[in-house]
Design a protein around this ligand. Structure first.
Ligand SMILES: [Zn+2]
Length: 292
């Protein structure tokens, strides 16, 4: 997906920082804190620490992305792309669900303090409902294309952000709370909430070309076939079966928290093809396979 060269992206909701320096990796983890964090991947629980008692970082730790001004910047630079994607997501979701407050993406390196405690980059991109923030390590996209085997492309990265924004929307619809009821497994609420976030990402993708910058101009060009393939490849690479296979060499459905590669792609496409988040009712679907 390509941003319109002259689109104004200078007011996007992304920033660098929130550094959690000095943290020790592998420390204790409060169950409450873990339960409150929703991740893109299965995640490494040891990567989120209870230290800090859930205090949000102080303001001075952030740095605005002053270099990001136009769509051309977003097409060139990954941080600017994050800022511009957040603008598009906000424009879309404010129309669909006006009650949802805007959220901010914090790009960090190594570790970060959040309202849900400290987290290291090992946890992957995540959403913290306590401070309503999206957090992602700047190196994650390299991991997505390297270790996790996604084929690459900008739109796969944008899917990741759109998935996390989906969790923010779930925080307002009440769906996020359901993820903590009923443990793990292929039909669990945990999986259903993740698949709904994928479907929400697809619904945004189906409408993204219509989203506007602060001057009323289009933010994005139309999606291409390559864009969709990039998103599907990213969604597939973060499926529980795919990750388990790569990390442990075996697939164990009873431990699933996010759904299979097929299911993640299926729900993304359902959102994309209908362009309607109301079609994303995974929580009440008879089966998590009901995306056709
Ligand atoms: Zn997620």
């Amino acid at each position: 997906m390509t941003f319109r060269e002259n689109a104004n992206i200078s007011t996007g909701r992304a920033r660098r920082g929130g550094g959690g320096g000095g943290m020790a990796v592998g420390g204790g983890l409060g169950a409450l804190l873990l339960a409150l964090v929703v991740m893109l991947l299965g995640g490494d629980p040891g990567a989120i620490l209870g230290g800090g008692g859930g205090q949000a970082p102080s303001q001075g730790q952030y740095e605005d992305l002053d270099e990001c001004k136009t769509g051309a910047d977003a097409n060139e630079n990954v941080d600017c792309r994050i800022q511009a994607t957040m603008l598009s997501l906000e424009d879309y979701w404010t129309q669909v669900l006006p009650d949802a407050q805007p959220t901010t993406a914090t790009i960090f390196t190594g570790a970060v303090n959040t309202g849900c405690g400290q987290a290291s980059s090992q946890v992957g991109p995540f959403y913290c409902p306590v401070d309503e923030g999206i957090y992602l390590d700047s190196a994650f996209f390299d991991q997505l294309e390297g270790q996790l085997g996604a084929k690459g492309g900008n739109f796969g990265e944008m899917y990741v952000l759109a998935h996390e924004y989906g969790h923010h929307i779930q925080n307002y619809t009440g769906a996020l709370k359901a993820s903590q009821q009923g443990g793990t497994g292929p039909e669990s609420n945990a999986v259903r909430v993740e698949l709904q976030a994928d479907c929400f990402a697809g619904a945004w993708a189906g409408n993204a070309a219509k989203t506007k910058d602060s001057e009323g101009g289009a933010l994005l060009e139309k999606l291409t076939r390559e864009d969709i393939e990039s998103a599907l490849s990213a969604a597939s690479s973060v499926g529980d079966d795919s990750i388990q296979e790569k990390m442990t060499g075996q697939v164990q459905p009873h431990k699933w928290t996010h759904g299979s590669s097929e299911q993640r792609m299926g729900w993304f496409m359902k959102g994309y093809e209908t362009g309607d988040p109301r079609q994303c009712d995974v929580l009440r679907a008879n089966s998590v396979e009901d995306y056709n």
